[in-house]
Write a protein that binds this ligand. Structure first.
Ligand code: HEM
Length: 492
């Protein structure tokens, strides 16, 4: 009888051969980049080394099969061209195809344009207000985590990861849908939706032998699970239904005099029909789909990056005191001291630390584009419909750009340079680049600062054995590192 591993080996061999045959057939009529088959253990175990070595050996652009797909990987010299020339390298096609959501490309409205507008017009246009609304959620978790430390007066290990995911779900529910949505049940559903949709990008495929070996079956299974179980169960039946009913009740086009209106309400007003004073059924479904996309974009990834910053800071606690002295708080109406957007902007050392974490955390294939026509690059032709992905480590740690210490973590590298964590460039693109660079990055960095400053106001941090573990080196942006974090009382 044939064993599972032999079957897997046959499948891998067959897919590489099929890709090679197709590749050769097309190379007869055009000049395709070299095809490099990298063994799975290297690709998933040490992707950075595997891709960097292959690029060094074969040139600035290579085709690499991964999970039954052929991806063209480019080095740092093509970052700007690939990520900013949207006419040829499409963000929408690339991202939606990667998520197996090609169907959204066929809609008469652009899903990505809409979600982009919501973030720009209703979240980042007034970051003071957005931060104001969510700051208590961050403060609440910091106090909860630190409470046992002050009573015990000795270091305690804390399970931060799941708490941070919950906190992000609560913060985004509060901001997007309103405080009345932040119940335990809705928070749990939001966390599950964010993780479920993230599985569509394949984040858990890298860690599962089954999904790596049978990627098409794995992808289809994930897609069915998300579309027919996770979204209906965790979104439509709970949050979605409540929001749908509220949308059905709005009638006034003008913004109400409630200052802090949830994002969904101010966004929805533009869909109210001037004659009927109602939002049509199609528009209500559209609004909910966009809100679902926004929850996905804003919860999981921010939670993961918060964990990166927590782990790095716990590894280098010597930075903590500087961050404290950099920070000021303002007195709120109820007399309590609180962090505001202005205080977060002032935290320049922490901002520099965050930028350095994001630059060095080892992003590999983090931003993707898809060619909309046969495209000439570096003397080759990339066929229409191909995924093109810059290898981020090569750009983020490029010695020609950053000098000899490019690979060294220097927490205050950016202090006084006028380059905040949100400022992207071809040598720093954890938030993407060009027209489609992450519109929520101002909020994301503010949220990271809110959590860190709230936490260090109550405790010091350290990491067991001074080290954390990278769980999935091929997907550091979507899978948080693991480490045992200790909180220490402030005055021990
Ligand atoms: C640390 C957390 C975050 C990271 C690392 C991150 C990273 C990214 C990246 C790499 C892209 C693709 C850009 C490109 O391909 O050029 C993106 C797109 C996007 N992000 Fe973020 N993001 C974060 C947080 C957020 C938050 C909090 C929001 C919403 C408030 C958000 C909303 C979006 C949206 C809507 C897009 C689609 C592109 C667009 O509309 O222009 N992200 N993000």
């Amino acid at each position: 009888m044939i064993s599972a591993s032999s079957l897997a080996a046959i499948c891998i061999l067959a897919s590489v051969l099929a890709i090679r045959v197709l590749h050769r057939r097309s190379s007869q009529s055009s000049n395709l980049p070299p095809l490099v088959a990298i063994p799975d253990e290297q690709l998933f175990g040490n992707p950075r080394h595997a891709y960097e070595t292959a690029l060094k050996q074969y040139g600035k652009i290579i085709g690499v099969p991964r999970k039954n797909r052929l991806e063209y990987i480019v080095d740092q010299s093509f970052v700007a061209e690939v990520l900013t020339n949207d006419k040829v390298y499409s963000f929408e096609h690339g991202t939606l195809s990667m998520l197996n959501l090609h169907v959204l490309l066929a809609l008469p409205r652009s899903f990505m344009h809409e979600i982009d507008r919501v973030v720009q017009d209703h979240i980042v246009s007034d970051l003071d207000d957005s931060v104001d609304r969510i700051a208590p959620v961050f403060d609440k978790l910091a106090k909860k985590l630190a409470a046992p430390v002050s009573s015990e007066c000795q270091p305690i290990a804390v399970e931060i990861d799941s708490e941070v995911h919950r906190m992000m779900a609560e913060a985004m529910l509060t901001l997007i849908l309103g405080r009345h949505y932040a119940s335990a049940a809705h928070i749990a559903s939001t966390e599950r939706i964010a993780v479920a949709i993230a599985t569509l990008t394949g984040i858990f495929e890298n860690m599962s032998w089954w999904s790596r070996t049978f990627p098409t079956v794995g992808r289809t299974w994930n897609w069915l699970k998300v579309m027919f179980i996770a979204i209906p169960y965790h979104f439509v039946l709970g949050i979605g239904w409540q929001a749908f009913s509220e949308l059905s009740a709005i009638t006034d086009v003008a913004r109400s005099d409630i200052r802090k209106e949830p994002v969904i309400m101010s966004f929805a007003r533009k869909f109210i029909d001037k004659k009927t004073h109602r939002i049509s059924l199609i528009d209500r479904i559209w609004i909910l789909s966009v809100i679902l996309g926004l929850i996905f974009a804003s919860v999981h990834q921010t939670a993961v990056v918060i964990m990166w910053v927590v782990c790095e800071l716990a590894k280098r606690p010597e930075y903590i005191q500087e961050f404290r002295t950099d920070t000021f708080t303002e007195t709120s109406e109820d007399g309590a001291q609180r962090l505001t957007y202005a205080s977060l902007q002032n935290a320049e050392r922490l901002d520099s630390f965050i930028r350095e974490v994001m630059r060095t955390k080892g992003d590999t294939l983090s931003t993707v584009r898809q060619t909309v026509s046969d495209t000439a690059l570096a003397g080759y032709v990339i066929p229409k419909g191909s995924f093109v992905i810059p290898l981020a480590t090569l750009a983020n740690e490029d010695e020609n750009h950053y000098g000899e210490n490019a690979k060294v973590f220097v927490g205050d590298r950016w202090v006084g340079t006028g380059k905040p964590a949100t400022m992207v460039s071809p040598n720093y693109f954890p938030f993407g680049l060009g027209r489609w660079a992450c519109p929520g990055r101002g909020l994301a960095v503010a949220e990271i600062k809110l959590f860190i400053l709230s936490l260090i106001a109550h405790a010091n941090l350290s990491l067991e054995n001074g080290e954390y573990r990278v769980v999935d080196p091929l997907n550091v942006t979507s899978v948080a590192p693991k480490g045992r974090i200790f909180l220490h009382p402030l005055f021990s």
